[in-house]
Design a binder for this molecule. Structure first.
Ligand code: IPE
Ligand code: IPE
Ligand code: MG
Length: 246
């Protein structure tokens, strides 16, 4: 079977919490709270499905436009998640990184991030990246500004990681968006160059481990060619000889 030896990088746009709550006559933050349960399920299921890196889109830089009550609820949920999940993340060998800007986050959230990143630094089973105050275009601009006179793809990828305050991660293999919209909303624009895309109308709080398994199974049936031809080996990984962008 294809891709079996390769640990996947799956990136998830966790969308649909607000609609989930509204459909039940609840306030939007109730949907975000239910969404945290889904995060727990998905993080637990990911390593069993061959996922080595999981990037979750939790709060975009454009989400600051929402009412402050919703923003405050989201920040508080993140802080609490990092606090309550820490022992489990450590036990399960999860290494956590937050990607995105940190300077606009509340101090208590920044402190929770620093602690969780430090305490999970030895995790080897799963790299969990949570995107907070994240904008791919802002990250690309910052990386471009840091790049020296030799703008190769690997150098740019490293500059991008630095711009997001996190170690370099592999390209995204599988991108999943819940909630029915079919767009990227400024998420991992560079890293998704050859990602396989899966869009599902299931709302994030309703997503199950089995749904994630189905998406991975769908991914494994796809023929990734990276611009080459089927069956010439290029379906297994990125090509060894990379064309330079310069
Ligand atoms: C995704 O759910 C979570 C965040 C963007 C923080 P939404 O809050 O966007 O839910 P919908 O799209 O309004 O249903
Ligand atoms: C994308 O969802 C951001 C996150 C899931 C964190 P949005 O709900 O903010 O995206 P749009 O506004 O529908 O594009
Ligand atoms: Mg949304």
């Amino acid at each position: 079977m294809k891709h079996q030896s390769h640990l996947l990088h799956a990136a998830l746009i966790m969308d649909g919490n607000g609609r989930w709550a509204t459909a039940r006559g609840l306030a939007r933050p109730a949907g975000h709270r239910a969404g945290v349960e889904t995060v727990r399920r998905i993080v637990e299921a990911a390593p069993k499905l061959g996922i080595g890196t999981l990037t979750l889109y939790a709060f975009s830089s454009d989400n600051w436009k929402r009412p402050w009550t919703e923003v405050a609820a989201l920040m508080d949920l993140l802080r609490r998640y990092l606090f309550t999940e820490l022992p489990k993340l450590k036990r399960e060998g999860v290494r956590l990184h937050i990607i995105g800007r940190r300077d606009r986050l509340p101090g208590a959230v920044r402190a929770a991030i620093a602690r969780a990143e430090w305490e999970t630094r030895g995790g080897e089973t799963l790299t969990l990246r949570i995107a907070v105050d994240y904008s791919a275009r802002d990250a690309l601009c910052r990386a471009a500004g840091q790049l020296g006179a030799d703008p190769t793809r690997p150098a740019f990828t490293d500059a991008l990681a630095e711009a997001m305050h996190s170690p370099t991660a592999p390209d995204v293999d599988l991108l999943i968006r819940t909630g029915g919209e079919q767009r990227l909303s400024d998420f991992l624009l560079w890293e998704c160059a050859y990602a396989e895309l899966v869009f599902t109308s299931t709302l994030w709080p309703d997503l199950t481990a089995a749904d994630l398994g189905d998406a991975v199974a769908d991914f494994r049936r796809r023929d990734r060619r990276f611009g080459g031809l089927s069956g010439d080996g290029s379906t297994l990984s990125q090509p060894i000889i990379q064309t330079q962008s310069t």
